[in-house]
Design a protein around this ligand. Structure first.
Ligand code: DAK
Length: 260
């Protein structure tokens, strides 16, 4: 697939994905959702040497200002449901991706933009970032997981308030509530996101993938997270990486994990 709305760069094993529709404040139109789906579902999973992915928005004003409102003026109920299903599938690909995905939130993260940031594993935000779910202003509800993931990060009471009032919160408030991991000056956002991924890349990759799976399992109704942890612990105990990690500790050296 050729990417029209995503800019992709790769350095030191990290792929940076920039949503690139600055004239529309990087709003997610259909094409951009298809590109994200293809990227996380097909292009990136088998990529050799991939340490992690950074997701950001073009320019200094906006991460993603929502789904593209201009595209859903004529939607009917069936089309809306199909779009939501596709959006969920796409954001699950990100949430369940086996390597860390870090959102570098460089401005507005509204509606679908806030939902995209929440589907990532970690969030760094610049001080000008603004988060919100303003869908009720348009007479709709969040359709890309916002009613579910916002509760996971900030709890029911505050999530209910933001979803019902459409209020925006700034980066500091988002940090205080636990929606954002760190607030970082805008010119350092991508470098700090890369540092975070490099830090995780030094750990056992199979264990990292399992942790992502298990943290997500807590929120799934079809899985018992504790039972999954028992199985995954057995699995990681049986890996060469665990033997290397334990041996390196005893020998007082850095481990060299092979992902086996
Ligand atoms: N979609 C399309 N264009 C957008 C946009 C958006 N979400 N947000 C901004 N733009 C465009 C503006 O129309 C404007 O374009 P021109 O008029 O110049 O052609 C350009 O970006 C610059 O925006 P402003 O001139 O408004 O810039 P300001 O600095 O004055 O204001 C703002 C920035 C972020 C406060 C403002 O643009 C704004 O309120 N934007 C809309 C925020 C919003 O309501 N976002 C949508 C949330 S609802 C669904 C699944 C999910 C969703 C929907 C359906 N289905 C499954 C069916 C999700 C919905 C949402 O995300």
């Amino acid at each position: 697939m050729t990417y029209e709305n995503l800019l992709l760069t790769e350095a030191d094993g990290i792929v940076t994905v920039t949503i690139n529709r600055p004239k529309a404040l990087n709003a997610l139109n259909r094409r951009t959702m298809q590109e994200l789906n293809h990227l996380f579902g097909t292009d990136l999973p088998g990529r050799e040497g991939l340490k992690g992915v950074i997701v950001t928005g073009a320019g200094e004003k906006s991460f993603v200002a929502g789904a593209d409102i201009k595209e859903f003026l004529d939607l009917d109920a069936a089309q809306g449901e199909a779009m939501a299903r596709y959006g969920h599938e796409t954001f699950f690909l990100i949430e369940r991706f086996a390597r860390p995905v870090v959102a570098a939130v460089n401005g507005f993260a509204l509606g679908g933009g806030c939902e995209l940031a929440m589907a990532c594993h970690l969030r760094l935000a610049s001080p000008n970032a603004r988060f919100g779910q303003p869908e009720v202003n348009l007479g709709i509800i969040p359709g890309y997981g916002g009613t579910q993931r916002l509760i996971q990060y900030i709890g029911k009471g505050k999530a209910m308030e933001l979803l019902l009032t459409a209020d925006m919160i700034d980066a500091e408030e988002a940090h205080r509530l636990g929606l954002v991991n760190h607030v970082v000056p805008q010119d350092q956002l991508l470098a700090r996101a890369a540092e975070l991924i490099q830090k995780i890349a030094a750990k056992g990759p199979l264990a990292v993938a399992k942790i992502i799976e298990l943290v997500n399992a807590f929120y799934r109704h079809d899985l018992d997270g504790f039972a999954e942890e028992v199985k995954a612990f057995g699995y990681t105990t049986g890996t060469e990486d665990f033997r290397e990690g334990a041996r390196a500790f005893v020998e007082k050296r850095k481990p060299e994990f092979k992902g086996k």
